[in-house]
Design a protein around this ligand. Structure first.
Ligand SMILES: Cc1cc2nc3c(=O)[nH]c(=O)nc-3n(C[C@H](O)[C@H](O)[C@H](O)COP(=O)(O)OP(=O)(O)OC[C@H]3O[C@@H](n4cnc5c(N)ncnc54)[C@H](O)[C@@H]3O)c2cc1C
Length: 446
């Protein structure tokens, strides 16, 4: 039976960096992947552009039962090191709005290719089209079995099988079943970074409209969170980055049984009374027009009918005849339009999984199981999820790298690892210094 030092189950983002760090330490490493090729999900990230990290990886952008769990991982492989890791493999990158980091070529395929080539260079074996069905541990050695009956042995196993989100890209929840069989507790998984389903009689009018808005999520009339940015109305409800960010609350165990509403503010840049005053001026100036005509240029035309209907205003009425109370109601509809949240789209549409293997049963420094020595976890399979903005891939790369490093170190001895870690830090430092010098030089040239 074939034997490895480190076997990685799942060739996604975290599995690939785990394989690279393990093999860089000299461990005989293999990736087992259920799909015909590794990294399928990476190709669709960031709309095919791969928002692979964020310039500011903060704890507040991570969620789960214990978000502080991320601390040790990022202290060993931080945002700068993620960027340098990819830069060393050939990726030029750029920073966009809100610190989102993308490859400069805007191609997710480039990120996957450099990871694949590094695995090849390091002789990592990628065994694709193989779904791991059982992991057993006997006398400190792991036996890994596939659905097709094949078996392998390994001294260490890293479980990087992802969660349940977007199963069409590989992560079908089998990682949770494997962890559970080995005795781990799974925090109830639920879909996150997913579009919201709304209940509203006017949705068909709004479908296709894109607006810059502030969206606020309320549960039993209490404000839970609010985000701003471009949102898109659809036939089922609403989408867009601010909506995806709020979606993580919808299935949260403490909230899911409450009645939930989404309040949409079409004028987040203006206070309620300033907007009301502007409307009064507007309708006085356009007093000769119907209220409907005088709204042209104020908001998207397809929003007139629902907005006026909900404000209880006859759209044919002359602007000059609008009462103060009617303008107040109209201002409410523009600043605080309420929609009933019916739920979210399905796992298929979700970008990430909230919940997963309980962090209390994993060593936060090494990512080794506290229950099964020699078993490690990384990526989305763990009960950690991030906001939209590159935080999830950053977690996947960093936790994968750290798990691979510790799994290999525990076999190959501490001395060697210590020496290599120092040289890694030195090269990271040298790169940062060189980059700074380049920037200073460019500024002088300008
Ligand atoms: C459409 C979309 C867009 C996204 N965009 C971004 C973005 O721009 N920025 C960002 O930060 N995050 C983004 N994400 C989230 C990010 O892709 C994930 O958080 C990240 O890929 C998780 O990495 P992972 O390695 O933990 O799991 P995955 O990438 O899910 O990889 C798990 C792998 O394990 C394999 N596997 C599962 N079970 C088994 C088994 N039993 N045996 C063998 N193999 C198995 C799967 O086939 C898969 O290849 C996006 C997600 C989606 C779906």
């Amino acid at each position: 039976m074939k034997e490895y030092d480190v076997v990685i189950i799942g060739g996604g983002a975290s599995g690939l960096t785990a394989a690279i760090s393990s093999a860089r330490k000299g461990a005989k490493t293999a990736i087992m992947e259920r799909l015909p090729r590794v990294g399928k999900k990476i190709l669709v990230t960031g709309n095919g552009r791969c928002n692979f990290s964020n310039a500011s990886l903060k704890r507040k952008n991570y969620h789960g039962t214990n978000p502080a769990f991320i601390g040790y991982v990022f202290s060993q492989f931080n945002g700068l090191q993620i960027q340098e890791f990819f830069e060393e493999l050939g990726i030029l990158y750029k920073e966009e709005e809100d610190g989102r980091i993308f490859p400069r070529c805007d191609q997710a395929g480039a990120i996957l290719d450099v990871l694949r080539f590094e695995c090849l260079r390091l002789h990592v074996e990628a065994l694709c089209d193989r779904e791991v069905s059982t992991i057993s541990n006997e006398d400190g050695q792991f036996k890994i079995q596939f659905q097709n009956g094949e078996e392998f042995l390994s001294r260490k196993v890293i479980l990087t099988a992802g969660g349940k989100a977007s199963p069409q890209f590989g992560s079908n929840g089998s990682g949770f079943a494997l962890a559970e069989k080995l005795g781990h507790k799974i925090i109830d998984p639920y879909p996150s970074l997913v579009q919201l389903k709304l209940e509203d009689e006017y949705l068909k009018h709004l479908k296709g409209i894109k607006v810059d808005a502030r969206v606020s999520l309320y549960a039993d009339e209490s404000l839970i969170d609010a985000r701003e940015g471009e949102v898109l109305f659809t036939e089922y409800g609403i989408s867009g980055i601010p909506v995806l960010q709020l979606s993580r609350y919808v299935h949260h165990p403490e909230i899911r049984n409450k009645s939930m509403n989404l309040h949409v503010d079409l004028f987040p840049e203006i206070q309620f009374y300033d907007l009301k005053k502007q409307l009064i001026d507007r309708f006085q100036r356009l007093e000769y027009k119907s209220i409907e005509d005088s709204m042209i240029g104020l908001i998207n035309k397809r929003m007139f009918l629902p907005t006026l209907a909900l404000a209880g205003i006859d759209r044919t009425k002359l602007s000059s005849n609008l009462s103060g109370a009617e303008i107040e109601k109209l201002t409410h509809q523009l600043k605080d339009r309420k929609f009933v949240i019916k739920g979210t789209l399905s796992w298929r549409d979700a970008q990430i999984t909230a919940g997963g293997v309980a962090t209390e049963e994993i060593e936060d420094r090494t990512l080794e199981s506290k229950i099964v020595p020699g078993l490690y976890f990384a990526g989305e399979v763990i009960d950690i999820h991030g906001d939209s903005g590159g935080f999830n891939l950053a977690w996947a790369w960093a936790s994968g790298y750290v798990a691979g490093m510790h799994a290999a170190s525990s076999i190959l001895g501490k001395k060697k690892i210590k020496r290599r870690r120092i040289s890694n830090v030195q090269s990271a430092f040298a790169n940062a210094t060189a980059r700074q010098a380049r920037n200073n030089h460019d500024k002088r040239e300008e």
